[in-house]
Design a binder for this molecule. Structure first.
Ligand code: TNX
Length: 531
């Protein structure tokens, strides 16, 4: 009987024997376990994409597979629901949780000469498997058939947060462009789009209670000496639509309203919220404004409470970014209301008033179910306990990692030296005189754990690159600054250090740039690769 069971079992294990072979794949980010074989799976117009019958969510993913195969090869596949896993074809399955799928982003892709089997415990995992499958497809068909390499991939990201930040505050980017951007970054397994929606140079969201914002804070006279009056804002309907669009692509949208600094545009509309009200203008130049929200004025917290109330149901993410960067204390030191606040609350210094301010703003946010995300300024004594901190430029990342661990905050790595994509990619591409260069290789060098022992990097939950918008006037420029550097950055977030290598990464790039080309997405031709 035992023998009979074994034979039965072996028969059921219908995978034909495959011959191991080193086959070059061009996957970005590099999966964390890959084994390749000499054999191929052939796709032609008779190939069927299978999904479990009556599972509409998986049917939608099967549709994406079909679309992608068509985009790459022009082949039109059909879809079919199944009750029992079929023998051949491209098969999507949802597995029961087991150790092969350590997180909700894990997936497995097994390709034999008989079938393509993609499995995950979540739709998100399947979606990532599909993105990997896309990169295995050639960009043309050879007389109505294409071949893909037989392989085993078991993949789970190193870090759970992989973000890109766009800055439509400095130069407005219309909603349809944001969607194009979401499409592009989803292909590379980013799961977060951080939108910087307010700054000295513009306020970009509709707030029904405060109509003066739209009237006065969303347009500026001219900027960058180009003589063009830049402006625009997203209606709440557009924002809902962006969030839903992103969600379908497994991207969470985190809004940022920067406080207490970078607030000059909104102060044009509501100057009473700063320490020394004046006849402000929406700022037309880059830089840092000294006009902060007044930490001694209760109306500030009331105002943001009302703003958060309108936005909380629109941005469904729990995370809400409150900025916190570059807030010079000059005015708070001179302001009687701020001084009174310091005295009344027994605060030790104006820096402590900054901590107080974030506590108050975060309490307001918490009322709407949100947790604060903040740019880490090392001279701020403490932040709310629930904060996730973001490193930024200035070369202070190792210190920031250490301090955030001691203080018990989570940390996102977005260091200027690796992740500031507003910096030019090479000499000769400068947009202004103060910026450093950030070539592709330098992005690639990011190890978000900085080589620290496990326990000292456990609080680092992700990576993020920023496209600050002072010199990014449209989405084509944003794409040019994004690609291919975002591919290098996401690999730092997805792939374990042992599975990464610069030369290897370079060799995987070309295929991916061709994919962008096919999709009409702008990128910078990485000239340094020609050498
Ligand atoms: C600093 S980094 C800023 C931004 C600028 C950027 C330009 C950070 C949190 N604040 O306001 O756009 O530098 O690189």
């Amino acid at each position: 009987l035992l023998i009979a069971v074994c034979v039965l079992f072996a028969c059921k294990d219908k995978q034909p024997n495959l011959t191991s072979a080193e086959v070059k794949l061009n996957l970005i980010p590099q999966p964390n376990f890959v084994k390749t074989y000499i054999e191929k799976f052939v796709i032609n117009e008779n190939t069927v994409v299978y999904y479990p019958e009556s599972n509409q969510e998986l049917k939608k993913q099967a549709d994406i597979v079909k679309e992608i195969v068509f985009e790459h090869t022009g082949l039109k596949l059909s879809l079919e629901g199944y009750f029992k896993i079929p023998e051949g074809g491209i098969i999507l399955t949802k597995s029961k949780g087991n150790e092969s799928f350590p997180t909700d982003e894990s997936y497995q892709l097994e390709i034999t000469s008989q079938n393509v089997l993609l499995s995950a415990t979540t739709i998100k995992g399947l979606f990532y498997g599909i993105q990997t499958f896309r990169q295995l497809l050639p960009l043309e068909n050879n007389n109505k058939t294409v071949e893909v390499t037989c392989l085993d991939i078991k993949d789970t990201p190193r870090l759970p947060y992989r973000g890109m930040m766009l800055d439509p505050a400095r130069h407005f980017l219309p909603a349809q462009d944001i969607k194009k951007y979401i499409d592009a970054i989803a292909m590379y397994k980013f799961n977060t789009l951080h939108l910087h929606l307010s700054d000295d140079q513009g306020w970009r969201i509709e707030i029904k209670k405060y109509p003066k914002l739209m009237e006065l804070a969303t347009v500026r006279k001219e900027t960058d000496a180009d003589g063009i009056p830049h402006g625009g804002y997203y209606t709440q309907e557009e924002l809902k639509d962006i969030v839903a669009y992103a969600k379908e692509r497994f991207i969470e949208v985190i809004p940022e309203l920067d406080v207490p600094g970078h607030s000059q545009a909104m102060l044009v509309a509501y100057p009473e919220l700063t320490c020394f009200p004046d006849d402000f203008e929406v700022r037309t130049t880059p830089g840092v404004s000294k006009n902060l929200l007044c930490a001694g004025n209760e109306k500030v917290f009331e105002f943001y409470g009302n703003v958060y109330k309108e936005l909380a149901p629109i941005f469904t993410a729990e995370k809400f970014h409150i900025g916190g960067d570059e807030a010079p204390l000059d005015h708070w030191k001179e302001c009687p209301k701020c001084q009174k606040r310091i005295k009344d609350n027994n605060l030790e210094s104006p820096q402590h008033l900054m901590s107080y301010f974030f506590e108050r703003i975060s309490d307001t946010l918490a009322k709407h179910g949100k947790t604060p995300q903040i740019w880490y300024e090392l001279d701020v004594p403490f932040y709310p306990e629930t904060s996730t901190m973001y490193t930024w430029r200035g070369g202070l990342t190792p210190k920031t990692i250490e301090k955030s661990r001691e203080m018990g905050y989570k940390l996102i790595c977005s260091p200027g030296e690796h992740a500031y994509f507003d910096y030019p990619q090479a000499k000769g591409e400068e947009t202004c005189d103060w910026m450093a260069y950030l070539p592709l290789e330098q992005v690639y060098k990011l190890d978000p754990g900085y080589g620290l022992p496990e326990d000292q990097q456990a609080h680092i939950i992700g990576v993020e690159a920023t496209i600050w918008g002072e010199y990014v006037k449209d989405i084509d420029r944003a794409f040019y600054m994004t690609f291919p550097r975002a591919m290098a950055l996401v690999e730092a977030g997805w792939t374990q250090m042992d599975n990464r290598g610069w030369d290897d990464f370079k060799s995987r790039l070309k295929n991916n740039l061709q994919i962008l080309e096919r999709k009409g997405i702008n990128y910078r031709e990485p000239k340094e690769l020609a050498n």
